[in-house]
Design a protein around this ligand. Structure first.
Ligand code: E1U
Length: 339
């Protein structure tokens, strides 16, 4: 260490070597970008989010690449993309009221963009999201939060939201039916994966993810079916009676899966199965996926075991980080390791 600092004799009181001589500038050009004039610019232009090969694998010959969507700066999730595009296209004037239903991440993304653009945001969350990261972060961002304990999944909040929005003259972006949700992922998430697979020399065999509104996985499936023809699309949904934050069962209503030519039902995954994979990946790769990311990989493993996977590369979209769900992730992972 002392030699690296240019020391001829120890102890060193002063380092005579210049930064140049220390080789600090040797690989200065490896940075590209990284400077943004505002958080909005970072959210729009700070792309692509990383695609990283995992040591974790569902079986021999299958390599999984994780697209880490928690690198989006506002909601630390895949939901920055639709929130930004939808609000841009709506062109809502400053000071307007904006109401939206969400299971968590879209609420945070909208609250963050609303804080920057000067909207009065109100978000409606279903019971299971109450007290979690979304309620607390959205409030910190200045949004009003309504938690409806009776709602088991997000679309059940829409009737009340529409009534309130009509009374208050609020704008309702409606992530569930707004096609800019799908488009944000077609132009963003899917195109980035395409660029990254070409850069990384991937033999892309399949794409994997969970479904809520279906915006991101319908776009990714549509993109790669159009571009490559033969590609496995493996989707995860919670098994009946299970709650996995951010994803829900197909029959609760999703607009874009048919459009994307995805007719097979998603693979059923329990919360325990999802969290088991979260714990496995934490120990194999040192990163903590959110439960829906764990569900996506659990669905891939089931798919490989039942239908068989092609040899080659699968890209899994990981919507957010397990750091948001520590009580959930920690409790189950601990239980798993004890048993
Ligand atoms: O339709 P929901 O309410 O189940 O989810 C919508 C959305 C939200 O309001 O934040 N969340 C989607 C989501 C997510 O937060 C996580 C952690 N994983 C997966 C998804 C599914 O993404 P989508 O593109 O299908 O909405």
């Amino acid at each position: 260490m002392l030699a690296k600092l240019g020391a001829r004799y120890a102890p060193v009181e002063r380092c005579d070597a210049s930064l140049d001589e220390l080789g600090i500038f040797a690989d200065f050009d490896e940075y590209s970008g990284g400077v943004y004039s505002s958080t909005m610019e970072l959210a729009v232009r700070g792309k692509p989010t990383p695609l990283v090969a995992l040591r974790w694998s569902p079986g021999r010959g299958v390599r999984v690449w994780a697209k880490l969507e928690w690198f989006n700066p506002f909601s630390l999730s895949v939901k920055d993309r639709p929130a930004l595009l939808i609000l841009e296209k709506l062109g809502v004037p400053r000071g307007s009221r904006v109401y939206e239903a969400s299971s968590g991440n879209f609420a945070v993304a909208l609250s963050a963009v609303g804080a920057v653009l000067g909207y009065r945001v109100r978000v409606y969350l279903p019971g299971f999201a109450g007290g979690g990261y979304a309620e607390r972060v959205a409030r910190l961002l200045g949004a009003e939060v309504v938690v409806d304990e009776r709602a088991e999944f997000t679309p059940q909040l829409l009737e009340r939201l529409r009534r309130d929005a009509a009374e208050d003259g609020a704008v309702h972006p409606n992530q569930f039916t707004n096609d800019y949700n799908f488009e944000a992922h077609l132009r963003g998430t899917a195109r980035e994966i395409d660029y990254q697979r070409l850069r990384g020399g991937l033999r892309l065999r399949g794409v994997v993810g969970g479904v809520g509104t279906s915006g991101h996985m319908a776009a990714v499936a549509f993109y790669f079916k159009s571009r490559l023809g033969e590609v496995d699309v493996v989707l995860a949904q919670p098994a009946r009676g299970e709650v996995i934050p951010g994803i829900r069962r197909r029959e609760t209503g999703m607009l874009w899966l048919d459009l994307a030519g995805v007719y097979d039902d998603p693979v059923d995954v329990t919360l325990d199965e999802a969290l088991e994979v979260v714990a496995e990946v934490a120990r194999s790769d040192g990163i903590l996926l959110g439960p829906s990311g764990g569900a996506a990989l659990a669905a891939l493993r089931k798919h490989c075991e039942s239908t068989g996977c092609m040899q080659g590369d699968y890209v899994a979209v990981i919507p957010d980080t397990g750091f948001k769900y520590l009580a959930l992730v920690d409790g189950r992972a601990e239980a798993g390791s004890d048993g």
